[in-house]
Design a protein around this ligand. Structure first.
Ligand code: 6PG
Length: 239
């Protein structure tokens, strides 16, 4: 299998975070120059919280032309401590001057994760002006990795990882505390740039499996952009 990606391994979490900030800034500047806007989908979890806080201090970034989407969401209200949007709002959005219309959370006030996924898909279709069967091209998607190899809310053995048509789907995993909604793998793989931001020694075994064995049962190892670039920005977990 021919996968090309760049690995940027740092000794500390802070160094990985700082590099990711520089990468975001460069991609935002490039995208605004060429497309007049920058579209980014961002993940939840513990790892990116420092990144969001530091990103929120970058007042000179083109926030008015930046659109922030969610990679995945727990099916809870935004004010629940488990909400990804709640976390991203606190750590990033409330600290920057960004128009409300540029923020695209996954609505969890629906009756079910399926309905919520369908609604998010409709928003993506409309924002990116997609024809039926097309996938959006995000300028950047930031992903994390779980110790079990999940990424976004795409878990090992969940049929959702084989989704080929939908842009967003409900995730199922009996071990999860909350139901979830996630963007799909073909959407992820259609991005112009994908960054895995992964830090901490506990992630070393799974990163080794992904990078050295490309274990296809791990959803994170199925991330292979068709035309885009893939970066692993790693802190304390590789090399
Ligand atoms: C989420 C995610 C998920 C996350 C990994 C890693 O909502 O939790 O988007 O895919 O990136 O679970 O999470 P940690 O950074 O907390 O280890």
């Amino acid at each position: 299998m021919n996968i090309t990606y760049k690995v940027l391994a740092f000794k500390t979490k802070a160094a990985a975070t700082d590099f990711a900030i520089k990468k975001w800034a460069a991609l935002a500047e490039d995208s605004v120059k060429t497309e007049k806007r920058f579209t980014a989908a961002v993940s939840g979890g513990g790892t990116p919280q420092d990144f969001y806080r530091k990103l929120g201090m970058q007042k000179n970034l083109p926030w008015d032309r930046t659109h922030i989407f969610l990679v995945d969401e727990r099916f809870v209200p935004f004010n629940n401590a488990a909400s990804n949007f709640g976390m991203i709002k606190e750590s990033l959005i409330k600290n920057i001057h960004i128009p409300t219309a540029n923020i695209h959370p996954i609505d969890t006030a629906e009756d079910s994760p399926d309905i919520s996924a369908t609604k998010y898909e409709a928003e993506l279709n409309s924002f990116f002006a997609l024809q039926s069967g097309e996938f959006p091209v995000f300028d950047l998607i930031i992903l994390g990795v779980g110790e079990d190899g999940h990424t976004a809310s795409l878990f090992p053995n969940d049929p959702a990882i084989f989704e080929e048509k939908r842009l967003a789907v409900a995730a199922s995993n009996d071990k999860l505390e909350h139901k979830r909604v996630t963007i799909s793998l073909p959407l992820i793989n259609n991005a112009r740039n994908i960054i895995f931001l992964v830090t901490g020694k506990n992630k070393a075994p799974v990163i080794k499996e992904i990078l050295e064995k490309h274990q296809q049962q791990l959803p994170a190892a199925r991330v292979m952009p068709q035309n885009g670039e893939l970066f692993f920005i790693l802190g304390e977990c590789y090399g």
